[in-house]
Ligand binder design. Sequence first.
Ligand code: HEC
Ligand code: HEC
Ligand code: HEC
Ligand code: HEC
Ligand code: HEC
Length: 410
Amino acid sequence: MRRGALSLLLVAAALSAGCDQRPAAPPPVELFLDRHWAEPLPPQGPPPAGFSALEASLSPRACGQCHEQQYEAWRSSLHSRSVGPGLLWQLRLMDQAQANRCFRCHAPLAEQKALLAIEHEWQAAPLLPPPGYVEADLGHQGLVCAACHVRDHRRFGPPARPDVQSGTAHGGFTASAAFQDSSFCAHCHQFPPDGPRVEGKLFEDTWNQWAASPMAPNRTCQSCHMPERQHSWRGIHDPDTTRSALDLGLEVVAPGEGRYEARARVRNVGAGHHFPTYMVPKVELEFLRRDPDGSTRTLGRQVIGWTVDTQLTREIEDTRIPAGESREFAVPFTAPRAGGWKVELVVRVKPGEHYERMYREHLARDAQLPAQAVSHLRQALADVLSAEYDLTRIVAAPPAAAPVAASIAN
Ligand code: HEC
Ligand code: HEC
Ligand code: HEC
Ligand code: HEC
Ligand code: HEC
């Protein structure tokens, strides 16, 4: 559909080109992004004559010499870790063409793909060493500054802030409103309509979820994930960001003699897409009964998320909460009518739950894997487990006991 709209635009542009001598209007966001995120990205080519080695370098460290704030924030972000052990062990099982499909989002520069091909000794790896403006570790630096900002060695960015002095470094830059548009992120956070699906749902559908949400008219991806243009992209791995998504309520109701139900109501007030947006993270709701003597027992668990089997063929459940909507999670239980107990709800976030299951299955058969894959795989599992955290706990008391004639046996 996007292609269709685009070719119409191109036809319109071609038709008007001959007869209209006024300067062309700036290309609309869609046209800019189609070129900016060409697939695959072409190599930068030789740097312009007047460039110093620092200006020509594609390394985030070089950009950080002058753009310190962006560099420090980026370094703390997951974008800087997109070539981590979770990707690296899988590369050992792939050929170059398969790996390039992953690099489109995880290491998109042509120069990064070339370095990774040399490292993995893939057949079509370049024979010559990389040019001087490509540092040896660029392949492992993940989603680098240049992937979003540099084409043909030219810088592209959002319109300058009014208070910023224009400089002469790297020949200035070209401003485009596309950097402030949610579609900028869609290249990697939205699969195309013919992408893989389970139960008819695209594995990655964040932009569509956002576009259909009540937030879309007022909030871009950037406004939530890059406030004040910060380059930290906090998401579900960050407790404060996740907390800002949720409004939580807990109540205990008593539908019958000695029978109770703990009901958690969870509203997605702060994420501009489903909570959570795709199948990898899970948010676990654990319901506990706390007795006055300090003992606890688990009453039950419920999961918020889209659970799919590790073969990616079968949906197990989908309890994600669309933006602005709420969902109830209930656990029935029996308990003595009196006794001063309370129900506690523990909210636990597992940002990489799907991968945890998948990594464990592969580790159980590690004899079949190349040795280089196994050490990355172990590290990937350790990383996924250490990303888990308890988000919050809330407590509710049962309704005041109504006077009942018969006592309840337990
Ligand atoms: C030698 C210092 C220096 C280096 C190295 C450098 N920059 Fe810049 N950059 C500047 C200056 C100064 C400006 C402001 C230029 C202007 O406003 O015309 C700028 C502007 C920009 C802008 C535009 C900001 C806006 O308001 O939209 C972007 C994007 C950018 N640089 C990205 C990069 C990236 C990516 C790298 C590394 C590949 C890099 N720069 C390396 C000094 C540098
Ligand atoms: C995932 C893509 C992406 C990556 C990676 C990225 N940026 Fe940006 N950058 C953006 C977007 C989008 C904006 C505009 C945000 C907005 O206007 O809300 C931006 C804005 C900027 C600006 C203008 C900031 C301002 O306050 O006016 C500079 C400078 C910049 N980036 C430099 C860098 C540098 C240096 C790095 C690496 C350390 C980097 N960027 C990494 C997407 C990216
Ligand atoms: C070139 C591909 C690419 C682009 C463009 C891109 N991202 Fe990402 N993004 C990724 C990848 C890959 C990851 C996962 C990194 C990892 O954990 O290995 C990621 C991770 C994230 C996360 C972290 C989520 C978490 O689990 O906590 C957020 C938030 C995010 N991106 C937001 C954005 C936003 C907003 C934009 C647009 C300004 C954007 N991204 C543009 C590829 C991209
Ligand atoms: C269309 C873009 C895209 C493509 C293609 C893609 N990924 Fe990702 N990948 C992402 C994004 C975005 C995230 C982070 C999502 C989030 O945290 O919500 C991610 C996260 C991951 C993670 C978890 C984070 C980490 O670094 O451990 C792994 C592992 C991963 N991808 C592996 C792969 C592999 C292997 C391929 C190729 C078969 C691949 N991806 C292809 C966009 C992509
Ligand atoms: C109104 C604010 C808001 C907007 C708009 C928004 N997000 Fe988020 N996003 C959040 C919050 C809060 C979280 C953490 C809770 C969660 O994971 O849903 C999050 C989480 C994420 C994650 C982590 C992975 C996951 O499974 O949830 C990714 C990736 C992400 N957002 C990308 C995007 C992209 C891309 C867009 C634009 C198409 C976008 N977000 C728009 C607030 C927002």
